[in-house]
Design a protein around this ligand. Structure first.
Ligand code: SME
Length: 161
């Protein structure tokens, strides 16, 4: 249903990734574009592993309501689970998942997609929706492609030192 939107977003993120000044600029561009084009993605943000403490996720650029979860241990939340398992986690109904850390009372479903660079998980994209089971296999593929573009940017910029 949203595949043309997905393709258009990926193409714009890919293009911006060739000229972004830094990772934060690329992340800000990505969350703004996704939130604008996919309004049922009600909260869109990045959490990145703290280089000084690889057991801690730190909130990066996001669009949506302010969250109390600015730092999340990798042993906590859906966010922590995606890093610990090194794979995408989809929760169709957060009210029945004991791992869930609440951001907004309106949130019903969530997807968290790891970002890899140099063969390691370095962070993740986190999306919340007010709709139950909002994230289907095509959403997952789209977000995994976004994560791959971000990971490739990190690899390129780190290689340059
Ligand atoms: N729900 C997440 C916490 C982050 S907020 O949704 C922005 C979790 O369970 O890890």
């Amino acid at each position: 249903m949203h595949s043309s939107n997905f393709d258009a977003i990926l193409s714009q993120v890919r293009d911006f990734s060739t000229k972004a000044e830094n990772i934060e600029a690329l992340q800000q561009f990505t969350v703004s574009l996704i939130a604008e084009k996919l309004p049922h993605y009600n909260w869109v943000g990045f959490y990145m592993l703290d280089p000084a403490d690889p057991a801690m996720l730190v909130l990066g650029p996001f669009c949506g309501a302010a969250t109390p979860h600015v730092r999340i241990q990798v042993t906590q939340g859906i966010c922590g689970a995606a890093v610990a398992q090194e794979q995408t986690v989809v929760v169709d109904d957060v009210t029945s998942d004991p791992r869930y850390l609440a951001c907004s009372l309106e949130t019903r479903s969530e997807i968290v997609v790891p970002i890899r660079a140099g063969g390691k998980v370095v962070g993740e994209i986190d999306i919340d929706s007010h709709a139950r089971a909002a994230f289907q296999p095509e959403d997952r593929s789209f977000l995994e492609e976004c994560a791959a573009l971000i990971g490739a940017y990190i690899e390129r910029t780190e290689a340059k030192g």
